[in-house]
Ligand binder design. Sequence first.
Ligand code: AMP
Ligand code: MG
Length: 412
Amino acid sequence: MSGADGRRKPLKALDEALSELLQFAAVLSEVEDVDTFDADGRVLAQDLVSTLHVPPQDNSSMDGYAVRCADLTPSCGVLPVTQRVAAGSAGVSLAPGSAARIFTGAPIPAGADAVVMQEDCEEIEGDKVGIRTVPLPGQWIRRAGEDITRGSSVLSRGDRLTPAALGLAASIGMSSLPVVRRPRVALFSTGDELVMPGQVAPERMKPGTIYNSNRFFLRALLMRFGCEVSDLGIVPDRFEATLQALKKAAHDHDLILTSGGVSVGEEDHIKPAVQALGSLDLWQIAIKPGKPFAYGRVQGAHFIGLPGNPVSSFVTFLLLVRPFLLKLQGASQLAAAALAVPAHFTWARPDKRREFLRARRNAAGGLELFVNQSSGVLTSAVWADGLIDNPPGQTIAFGDAVRFIPFAEVLG
Ligand code: AMP
Ligand code: MG
């Protein structure tokens, strides 16, 4: 992009753009209690401290017989069975010289110090059991507090709740959880060429029109990252219409997210319209795909303008909007972990910008590239299972380790 004086604006490094963007993202202050069933993906607003041991008592990890080890020797292995303890019941103290029939999850009777699995035992008529092995003290006993000890913190403020974390919270008795409220996001697409699937059949598409694809993945991505989405549809490439859409969107939303119209062509009305209502910075970020990116404010709402090209839109969402949304919700883990994976391709003509190449793992544990890396080819993002983060000017030889960001890492 050229400045007013005709000089090219220097490109902004991605890391710099991200840290600036994150500085704008103040954590939303409202906390709400949500049912633990409904808290998947939400960000915890307080540490969770357990008021009990998990498991609460020593219990059996096998179906078998609870015994006192001292009663058993290689020559003497027959004991009377004096009680039966199933999961959900509590036994009585185990008298010396006896055994308790016990099942997985049942509390260990006081005095017993091992469980012998039923496969190593033999029922003998007259309520006796023959034990074929000499047990070791503690065997097949799950200790009280082995998972969680009373008073310990099991989950921390800023943790993004996963299905396993919901289970863990439930295991300490939490039926609801304090989480940061969902960000409210207004979404709209710009572009006179856009039509909605369902509105016009493929065979009736007018020349020059395309289906609006960004709207679908942006909406899904926003929802995946915990947002409440107001979808304001398609806004025509006119200043007045863009202004009206922005005014409407600023009301009662934390973020306005748009795609398209952030270049500086005559049909790109985002910049003047946002500036008329607030402020805007148009960034040229040194990444490919996804160079144009805008951040601004419209009457108290954050504004983020993504590029229109579908892959650019998708990639900049993952690299910049995702951490922004997580930060709004107070998440402590914002960066996506990259793995070192060998390239099973060569890349001879790298770009001057940092590239995010659509790639997928093959059965041999290497990465293959999608053939067409154009920013308009959304097929690449579906075929791929992640992005290779390739530094500026870096060629890649077959077998080189590259930085790979799995989609599973950033989309989960
Ligand atoms: P723009 O950033 O508005 O100049 O758009 C760049 C390219 O992306 C153009 O080819 C647009 O037609 C295309 N594009 C913009 N918005 C969308 C969208 N919502 N869905 C699909 N393609 C889009
Ligand atoms: Mg456009």
